[in-house]
Design a protein around this ligand. Structure first.
Ligand code: SF4
Length: 184
C-alpha cells in the first residue's frame, strides 16, 4: 500500500547515498537509499531506512548534480527503503538520469505482479524510466550470498522496458546483471 504523505511530496527523502557502489548492479553506480518502507522483512538489510520520519530531504537538482560530479559512474540505483513510495518525487530525477544515458535500476519490495495489478500511474511512469527492476521483498529463508545483486532467491532481475510493455514480469537477459544465469 502506498504512503500518500510520501507519494505527494516533492522533496526526495533519502536515508543514505553510496557514491561508488559495485554491489547494487554492474559497473560503478551511485546508489541512493530512499527513506521509508511499508514492508517488515525479517532480516531487513537496511532497518534504519524503514521509518517514514527519518532521513534527509534532497531536491532532484541536488541529487543529479551529485551524480554528474562523478564522471566514472555508469549507472544509478534507487534502493531503500521502498523507492516506489516516492514515485512522484523521483520521476524528474529518473528523467534526468535517462537523458544523461546512465543506466537506472530500481529495487522494490513489491512483486511486479502486485505493481501491475495496482496500476498506479506515477509508479508505472517511474518504472518506465528504469532499465532494470529488482522486485520482491527480502525473504530470510531464501537468503543467498551467491545471487548477483539480490539478497534472496525470490527477488527477480527484470527487464523494465519489456515488463512495462507486456504488463507482466520479464526476466532480464542482460549478462551484466544476470551473468548468463536464468534467475526467474
Ligand atoms: S523492503 Fe527492503 S527496506 Fe523494506 S523491510 Fe524489506 S528489506 Fe527492509
Amino acid at each position: 500500500m502506498l504512503n500518500t504523505a510520501f507519494h505527494d511530496s516533492r522533496a526526495i527523502r533519502v536515508a543514505g547515498i553510496s557514491n561508488d557502489s559495485i554491489v547494487d548492479g554492474p559497473g560503478l553506480r551511485m546508489t541512493i537509499f530512499m527513506q521509508g518502507c511499508d514492508k517488515d522483512c525479517a532480516g531487513c538489510h537496511n532497518p534504519e531506512a524503514r521509518t517514514l520520519t527519518g532521513g534527509s530531504d534532497f531536491t532532484e537538482v541536488a541529487l543529479f548534480e551529485k551524480i554528474r560530479s562523478n564522471p566514472l559512474l555508469t549507472g544509478v540505483t534507487f534502493s531503500g527503503g521502498e523507492p516506489l513510495l516516492q514515485a512522484k518525487a523521483l520521476i524528474p530525477l529518473a528523467e534526468r538520469i535517462a537523458e544523461a544515458k546512465l543506466s537506472l535500476a530500481i529495487y522494490t519490495g513489491d512483486a511486479a505482479e502486485d505493481i501491475f495489478a495496482r496500476s498506479d500511474a506515477e509508479v508505472l511512469k517511474l518504472l518506465s524510466l528504469a532499465d532494470i527492476i529488482v522486485d520482491g521483498p527480502f525473504i530470510l529463508a531464501k537468503r543467498s550470498l551467491a545471487l548477483p545483486f539480490r539478497g534472496s532467491a525470490n527477488q527477480r532481475i527484470l527487464d523494465a522496458k519489456r515488463s512495462l510493455e507486456l504488463g507482466r514480469p520479464v526476466i532480464s537477459a542482460d549478462p551484466a546483471w544476470v551473468g548468463g544465469d536464468c534467475v526467474g
